[in-house]
Design a protein around this ligand. Structure first.
Ligand SMILES: NC(=O)C1=CN([C@@H]2O[C@H](COP(=O)(O)OP(=O)(O)OC[C@H]3O[C@@H](n4cnc5c(N)ncnc54)[C@H](OP(=O)(O)O)[C@@H]3O)[C@@H](O)[C@H]2O)C=CC1
Ligand SMILES: O=C(O)CCC(=O)C(=O)O
Length: 480
């Protein structure tokens, strides 16, 4: 039997919350309790915001080098422990061990990247329009940020919100997603072990009420949220009502276009990765495969074979290629959309049935549905599970119009050997990120991340773009 972790909130550098009525079960084997958790509410958010406010002046005035050193040490510790933390992540979230360890290493690199960015924050020196006057711009910390994170990247997303916030001198209150508090706590504990002063990063574990209390709190100067569009809209409304900064990363209905001239094997490998890795639970997942008629039948047949061959199983089993859904509810969403696609005329060519393994877990068959129509529900609503549909088209122009014809616009991909079509797609795809001969999912950490239309709102996240959200500009005029 494996250990059950006893989790705590982190407030002012202390572990708080001795009562632990909440529990998180292992989605690969629901008999196993991964963690017992406190369930915070408005009172804990109040305490956490007070701690963050108290820590803010000292942290904002700390030398960039001191802030950089903490992030660098935390990155080193996390990288050293990536196997242990990655294992916890996979036990808690259900992605495969390779994916869990890979995500943990990615979080460690994000911490180290922002250790560098802390030292590179810069302003501008300009000539004034008036003689004898100088103008300078500075980037200064904003204050306290509320960070509300989802379960699907339980360490990378907290890392890419916490790291820029603290690198640039802010303090934070983070609310991790209900299903994945233990992985988030591992990150917060490592930051403290690396020397982060108490109160700079506070964490309150709980449900949506904790998120609501953060959004409404007058002591929170900005909110960064990743999750569903419905909750994102309410977060934006609440934050804007009191003029707090807000940044939202929400869903996708990401298209992957496969043109006739694509290399078949390569196209199939790209679709398999984009649609099914991480159990399809990525906002960047390829859920619409838009395939030109000359390659369509061969592509569907070859992809169906690869999907059927995917080994679904316990996330910790090294032979597993796809872990379970994160929760029973999320598994049900996949089942529901398979039924919706069938009702809409789709033909299931792989998966589509309920899946029982030798242990109780929230397993779901990876499912490929062919012959769907561009305006069918399955091609407009985010599934967030291992379910992809194909749409057959006659031309590149038709494919592009369908790719752009949804309310989301996060990531969009094309597989082709035509430079002309690849370049045109990069220009005309209405998405925040375009991928040529690459899966729609799987992004770098040092460049901007985000979408258009209903996928994102506010300044971009990650990489050098993060400074726009986590700093404010001061313009200073001086005359000699
Ligand atoms: N773009 C992306 O990366 C992601 C998109 N999604 C999409 O969202 C769907 C549902 O996933 P889910 O995790 O439930 O997403 P939610 O939007 O419900 O949750 C995201 C985060 O917001 C919190 N939250 C919930 N309600 C509120 C509220 N009223 N105010 C403030 N914070 C709140 C959640 O807490 P708690 O977990 O405790 O409820 C969680 O920490 C998925 O099927 C998928 O379509 C999900 C994850 C990531
Ligand atoms: O595709 C990626 O690497 C990132 C995906 C992501 O951020 C998400 O699913 O929330």
């Amino acid at each position: 039997m494996v250990d059950t972790l006893e989790l705590s909130h982190w407030i002012g550098g202390e572990k708080v919350g001795a009562e632990r009525p909440g529990e998180r079960r292992n989605p690969s084997d629901t008999r196993e309790v991964v963690a017992r958790t406190p369930l915070g509410g408005a009172a804990e958010v109040d305490q956490a915001v007070a701690a963050a406010r108290a820590a803010f002046p000292g942290w904002a005035d700390a030398s960039p080098e001191a802030r950089s050193d903490v992030l660098d040490r935390a990155g080193t510790l996390l990288m050293e422990r990536r196997e242990v933390v990655g294992r916890l992540l996979s036990r808690e979230e259900g992605k495969t061990l390779a994916e869990g360890i890979g995500e943990t290493a990615r979080a460690a690199r994000i911490l180290k990247y922002f250790a560098g960015e802390a030292l590179r924050l810069h302003g501008q020196n300009l000539a004034s329009t008036r003689p004898g006057v100088e103008v300078q711009t500075y980037r200064q910390p904003v204050g306290v940020f509320g960070l509300i994170t989802p379960w699907n990247f339980p360490i990378a997303i907290p890392a890419w919100k916490i790291a820029p916030a603290v690198a640039f001198g802010n303090t934070v209150v983070i609310k991790p997603a209900g299903p994945t508090p233990a992985t988030a706590e591992a990150l917060v504990a490592i930051l403290h072990e690396a020397g982060l002063p108490g109160g700079v990063v506070n964490m309150v574990i709980g449900d949506g009420d904790v998120g609501r209390a953060i959004v409404a709190h007058p002591g929170v100067d900005g909110v960064s949220f990743t999750g569903s569009q419905a909750v994102g809209a309410s977060v934006a409304e609440g934050a804007m009502k009191r003029q707090a900064r807000v940044q939202l990363e929400m869903g996708g209905k990401n298209p992957l276009i496969v043109l006739d001239d694509a290399d078949l094997e390569r196209a199939v490998a790209i679709a398999l990765d984009g649609s099914f890795f991480a159990t399809g639970q990525r906002c960047t997942a390829s859920s619409r495969l838009i395939v030109q008629d000359g390659i369509h039948d061969r592509f569907v047949a070859a992809l169906a074979e690869r999907v059927k061959a995917l080994r679904v199983g316990d996330a910790l089993d090294p032979a597993t290629q796809m872990g379970p859904a994160v929760t029973e509810a999320q598994r049900q969403v996949s089942y529901d959309y398979i039924a919706i696609a069938r009702d809409g005329g789709g033909r299931v060519v792989a998966g589509g049935e309920r899946l029982s393994l030798d242990k109780p877990g929230w397993y779901v068959q990876p499912t490929l549905i062919a012959d769907t129509l561009p305006d069918a529900r399955i091609n407009h609503e985010e599934v967030f599970g291992p379910v992809a549909s194909t749409i057959c088209v006659a031309s590149y122009e038709e494919a592009l119009a369908i790719a752009n014809g949804v309310e989301f616009g996060l990531s969009a991909g094309i597989v082709t050997q035509s430079l002309k079509h690849a370049r045109d797609f990069q220009r005309r795809a209405r998405a925040g990120m375009t991928m040529v001969n690459l899966p729609t999912a799987g992004v770098d950490y040092h460049v901007p991340f985000g979408g258009t239309k209903a996928s994102s709102y506010g300044p971009r996240e990650q990489g050098f773009a993060a400074a726009a959200f986590y700093t404010q500009t001061k313009t200073s005029y001086s005359a000699g």
